[in-house]
Design a protein around this ligand. Structure first.
Ligand code: ATP
Ligand code: MG
Length: 665
């Protein structure tokens, strides 16, 4: 077994039962331990489907599945259709919660086929709630309302508790909005992302028999990146492992970077309090990075005052020293980074997929994208939702959601007159009024002859059209395949005509049609990979992956393209060549933390910087621009305090800010 594992790793992998904590620095093989341990449990007779492993991203889950398959010798042997090979469940918390909720949502008063609202669905609902509350537009914006609700949900604050915890004016207004928002979701048969965790927790609290049934599906639970679990995830994990106590968690407190989303590093630091008989394994050898990169990382993280001190030593030679590059402005920065990348690919035979550009904020990648396109270097951006934000894709997904769940009003309202079918705003308003008055969905109102008969003739035809589209497409999903149903949907709605109406440029039209093609591709791929593929499953799949995946083309390109990633999205990954760009005050550390000035906020930014540095295996460049445009005007920048810290020019975390104060900034 010890093959490919050091003694400490082997110890963890060979510990087959009881609570187990691996608390260790970056690149020490924590994820490798989880993967090998799954394979080892199976070799020692645990049935694969009795194992649940939780990862932080879908990408990580995919890689872990593949790796476990390789270790068990499944590699290359594709499952034959119909063959049942029990497999461990390896997924994110969110994806696992969706499975649990699909089985039991009715116990909470949600339909089993509840839809999962993404950001823009949430925004439409929030706008409607604010209208109902008749607040002046400036008092609380939809984004504010959603942000506050999300924080509460992450802290497991329920609507009836919200007025008690509300502190600011905005929060008091939001407390009223929260209740309506939650009711709104429920009548629409929908949950938002935070609900997936929160409602699972509620389910387990209110229905112990369901909790026990769900817990008894597994004999082993393993959690990667445990330092970033929030309250709900922590409690769900405890519920799932409570009986058998076979819980293995791995993580690194120095890489805790989701406090802003409710993650709490004390969950990992206090593991021993929860599980007093826990075995603790420390890993010290870093296998990922060359010595001088690791030295830089170690130097940086020491500036964090409160941390669990760990040994992290290189097992690789020193290698190339990390570089710091200053550029005249942000355009030069992107040109020069991309120029170097092109050189590496063309002259040093480095594969595009072995290179990553890491950044802190969502505005940063645009320039790099432009340069990469100009240089004809393939790239893929992770963490962007652009594909699923395209209008035609949103329309199509709304159609599919409505087919699956006709009471889903946000989706129905999106497509009710797209393409146009005589449903004037006035008719829609009439239908909505009836729906509100009777507490039913618009779709149910549309089934009532007496109400429909009062609408204009055009709207009556519109209602009839929607009913027949719904019936035809639904029939096709049952009699044929999802792919076929999608074809029916496109022809029955004449959506191509809509595209021709909206866009004049042939190229535009082609692109738009191509993205509909991508939706069809995604459905096709989903159907090929799943035996139990249905529309509900597909919609859940894209809701969960839309967050971190680009489009289907990106997925193809991903096989060999330069990675553009936020530091948050880079967690757990590794690349031979890494560029960390925009190393400036206000970007990293983020302006929010610079402004707040609180040591704990800066400490989190420092951990983010540490995560970035420790992604690099062989070559690391930290780059910055001396000026950067803000609202169109170039402004001088201040080098990130972390640059001083990694180069040994700052001796304590306060020194830098003192210097800046003295310089009058
Ligand atoms: P992070 O903290 O970034 O999540 P990690 O602790 O999960 O890192 P892994 O990703 O599991 O670390 O491992 C880092 C790299 O080191 C991987 O490429 C892995 O294959 C390699 N590695 C880990 N352990 C060993 C070992 N014993 N021998 C050789 N390579 C190893
Ligand atoms: Mg890892």
């Amino acid at each position: 077994m010890a093959h490919g594992l050091n003694p400490a790793q082997a110890d963890a992998v060979e510990t087959l039962s009881g609570p187990l904590l691996v608390l260790a620095g970056a690149g020490t093989g924590k994820t490798r331990v989880v993967t090998f341990r799954i394979a080892n449990l199976i070799r020692h007779g645990t049935a694969p489907d009795r194992i649940l492993a939780v990862t932080f991203t879908n990408k990580a889950a995919g890689e872990m599945k593949e790796r476990v398959g390789e270790l068990l010798g499944y590699a290359g042997k594709r499952k034959k259709r119909g063959e049942k090979r029990p497999e461990p469940t390896i997924s994110t918390f969110h994806a696992h919660c969706v499975r649990v909720l699909r089985r039991h949502a009715t116990a909470l008063g949600y339909p089993a086929k509840f839809s999962i609202y993404d950001r823009s669905d949430q925004e439409s609902l929030a706008r409607e709630i604010l209208r109902q509350l008749r607040l002046p537009g400036t008092a609380l914006k939809p984004g504010d309302l959603l942000g506050i609700i999300s924080n509460w949900k992450n802290d497991s604050v329920h609507p009836d508790q919200a007025p008690l915890v509300a502190a600011t004016d905005k929060e008091h207004l939001a407390a009223a909005g929260y209740r309506r928002y939650q009711e709104g979701l429920k009548t629409r048969g929908a949950m938002d992302f935070d609900d997936l965790l929160l409602q699972t927790e509620v389910l387990f609290d209110e229905h112990p028999e369901i909790r026990d049934a769900e817990a008894s599906r597994f004999d082993h639970v393993l959690v990667d990146e445990y330092q970033d679990t929030n309250g709900s995830q922590y409690r769900i994990t405890k519920h799932l492992a409570g009986k058998h106590r076979n819980l293995c968690v791995v993580g690194d407190d120095d890489q805790s970077i989701y406090a802003w989303r409710g993650a709490d590093v004390t969950h990992i630091l206090n593991f021993k309090n929860d599980w007093p008989d826990a075995k603790i394994v420390c890993l010290e050898a870093n296998y990922r990075s060359c010595g001088s990169i690791l030295e830089m990382a170690n130097r940086l993280i020491k500036f964090n005052a409160t941390r669990h001190d760990k040994v992290l030593r290189p097992s690789r030679p020193d290698g190339m020293r990390p570089r710091i590059a200053q550029h005249k402005d942000e355009t030069k920065e992107s040109q020069s980074v991309v120029g170097e990348i092109k050189h590496l690919i063309e002259n040093q035979h480095i594969q595009p997929r072995d290179i990553a550009i890491l950044f802190r904020t969502n505005e940063q990648p645009r320039l790099f994208e432009t340069e990469l396109r100009k240089a004809d270097v393939p790239y893929v951006m992770l963490g962007s939702q652009s594909f699923f934000d395209r209008r035609e894709v949103r329309d199509m997904v709304a159609y599919l959601k409505w087919i699956d769940q006709p009471d889903d009003e946000v989706s129905l309202l999106r497509i009710i007159n797209t393409p146009s079918r005589g449903m004037s705003p006035k008719s829609v308003k009439t239908l909505m009024e009836h729906a509100v008055a009777d507490g039913v969905s618009i779709w149910q109102v549309m089934q009532r002859r007496e109400i429909v008969a009062d609408l204009s003739p055009a709207a009556q035809r519109g209602v009839a059209d929607l009913q027949s589209v719904h019936a035809d497409v639904t029939a096709r999903t049952k009699s044929d395949s999802l792919t076929a149903a999608m074809e029916t949907l496109l022809t029955r709605t004449a959506y191509a005509d809509e595209i021709n109406r909206l866009y004049d440029e042939p190229e535009d039209r082609q692109n738009r049609m191509a993205s509909l093609g991508e939706v069809a591709n995604a459905i096709g791929a989903f159907e090929d990979n799943r035996e139990d593929a249905d529309l509900t499953g597909f919609l859940a799949d894209i809701a969960l992956s839309g967050r971190e995946m680009g489009n289907e083309k990106d997925k193809l390109a991903m096989q060999n393209a330069v990675w553009l990633l936020t530091l948050h999205a880079a967690k757990g990954l590794e690349f031979p060549v890494v560029y960390m760009v925009g190393m400036e005050e206000g970007l990293l550390p983020h302006s929010r933390s610079v402004k707040s000035g609180r040591e704990e906020d800066i400490a989190e930014e420092r951990r983010l910087c540490y995560v970035g540095i420790t992604r690099a295996q062989e070559q690391l460049t930290l780059s910055m621009a001396l000026t950067r445009r803000k609202w169109g005007k170039p402004r001088p920048t201040i080098p990130s305090q972390f640059l001083y810290e990694v180069t040994g020019q700052a001796t304590n975390p306060h020194q830098f800010r003192k210097q800046r104060k003295m310089a009058g900034r």
